[in-house]
Design a binder for this molecule. Structure first.
Ligand code: ATP
Ligand code: MG
Length: 438
């Protein structure tokens, strides 16, 4: 295993002063998997005060000194340095120092969640793997360090972390660990919204093999208010066999791994169980009810307002017509912007693919997608900023500053959305003059 120069420097600086130090956790796991770690954590015997002495003159930030963590900046890159838990050092004070260090590391590793995360490495001692993490890495298994029941009881977030690592790494969860997750899933409701939110974001966007979210339906049904009922509501009105819940989770898999899109798919029909269904199997009004529920759910999970509003809009309009007429699509672009228009198409397509059996997209939707791509390729104007004239040009015509000026620009934009060829300075100025003389 190869450590980056900065980590070698940190470890040897600490060791040079007599403090054991190791790269630890996710960075060791990722390196052994041949992945590039996104950050390097160092566990050391040095307490924060000693870290300050060893790295005097370097920027050291207090990112959790109370828990023994300082962040060292080397060439602007952050490295987290955390002191081993100390208990064993005091209780084991009779042992020689070397053993005390080693015991402290073992103690530190034993507090970590999964065997593949409980690995440490330094060049002097090589890999330190007291819980069989390397073997589990080879077998691509997520397994608790110690008894799952105890570990999930200590911190139920580990239930979600297990699912998150399994999905992001493409690993299997060891059977006893998995069975315990399901048995203890009720503990998830005791977690703070922020911790759940962060794991949920990772789960929804980092899914190496695009594994079906149905695999973790048991957990999601506890986390997402309203989802549980969806599993006893048939997706096609009266027809049993395929539930709204299954359709929602299939929809997440069918969408690109972009957070707003996947959140929208997760919740786009969550209101169906609260709607009456008609004789065609439809649920009139479900988009509105689902959008309102999504707002509550996402606010409850402390998602940023901009994200929850976007998901809400995508849900509200997930059945809106997307016709192939260029003026209609330019109007949609002008109202919702390019990015959100693309997302709206993506929601519609994922929704169709997530039916059972998958519904082929209607010809008009395929055509609308083609027209949209053409509009974007041609660079058609669909916003006031892209109009060939601006407010100053109108003032130059002798037009007075004020709300009428804004209205005239909006009117001109409306004409250009209908007919992009009007978007030249000459033609728009001529049209503006006509309006003024009107
Ligand atoms: P990622 O690639 O997502 O950062 P990571 O393994 O580095 O993965 P972090 O959340 O950054 O995960 O945590 C760093 C390490 O701290 C983990 O590898 C694990 O050893 C330990 N850890 C983090 N959270 C917990 C927890 N809730 N319970 C036990 N150990 C934890
Ligand atoms: Mg990490």
């Amino acid at each position: 295993m190869k450590l980056p120069e900065e980590v070698k420097f940190i470890i040897s600086a600490l060791r040079g002063r007599g403090f054991a130090a190791y790269a630890v956790g996710g960075c060791v796991r990722d390196s052994l998997l041949g992945l590039a770690p996104h950050d390097w954590d160092i566990a050391t015997e040095a307490a924060p005060a000693a870290m300050r002495e060893v790295f005097a003159g370097f920027p050291l930030l207090d990112t959790g000194e109370r828990f023994g963590t300082l962040t060292l900046l080397l060439g602007k890159k952050p490295f987290e340095l955390t002191t081993f838990r100390r208990e064993s050092r005091y209780s084991d004070a009779r042992h020689p120092d070397g053993v005390v260090f080693h015991d402290s590391l073992r103690e530190d590793l034993s507090r970590r969640d999964f065997t593949v995360n409980a690995l440490a490495f330094c060049e002097e001692e090589g890999l330190i793997d007291p819980f069989g993490g390397q073997k589990d890495l080879q077998n691509r298994l997520i397994r608790c360090v110690g008894r799952p029941e105890k570990r999930f009881g200590e911190d139920p977030l580990r239930i979600l972390r297990a699912a998150r690592f399994a999905f992001s790494l493409g690993f299997t969860i060891e059977p006893e660990t998995r069975a315990t997750m399901s048995r203890q899933k009720h503990l998830l409701s005791s977690l703070t919204a922020e911790r759940v939110r962060d794991e949920l974001c990772a789960l929804l966007t980092k899914n190496k093999l695009n594994r079906p979210y149905l695999e973790i339906a048991d957990l999601l049904r506890v986390l997402i208010p309203g989802l549980d009922e969806c599993f006893s509501c048939p997706q096609d009105g009266g027809k049993p066999g395929f539930s709204v819940g299954e359709h929602l989770l299939a929809g997440v898999n069918q969408a690109e791994p972009l957070l707003p899109l996947r959140l929208a798919m997760l919740l786009h029909d969550v209101g169906k169980p609260r709607c009456p269904h008609n004789e065609n199997g439809g649920f009139p009004g479900h988009a509105e009810i689902s959008a309102a529920m999504a707002r509550e759910i996402l606010r409850g999970l402390k998602f940023p307002r901009s994200l929850s509003e976007l998901a809400e809009q995508l849900i509200l309009y997930h059945h809106a017509e997307l016709p192939p007429q260029p003026p209609v699509l330019r109007k949609l672009l002008s109202q919702t912007g390019e990015e959100n228009t693309r997302l709206l198409f993506a929601v519609r397509e994922a929704d169709l693919r997530a039916q059972r059996p998958p519904s082929p997209p209607p010809a008009s939707l395929t055509e609308a997608g083609r027209v949209l791509r053409q509009i974007l390729k041609d660079g058609d104007c669909f916003s006031a900023e892209r109009l060939a004239i601006n407010g100053d040009d109108l003032l130059g015509l002798g037009f007075a500053q004020g709300p009428r000026l804004g209205r005239l620009l909006a009117h001109l934009l409306g004409l250009v959305l209908e007919n992009p060829e009007l978007n030249s300075k000459e033609r728009l100025l001529a049209l503006a003059r006509e309006e003024i003389n009107h």
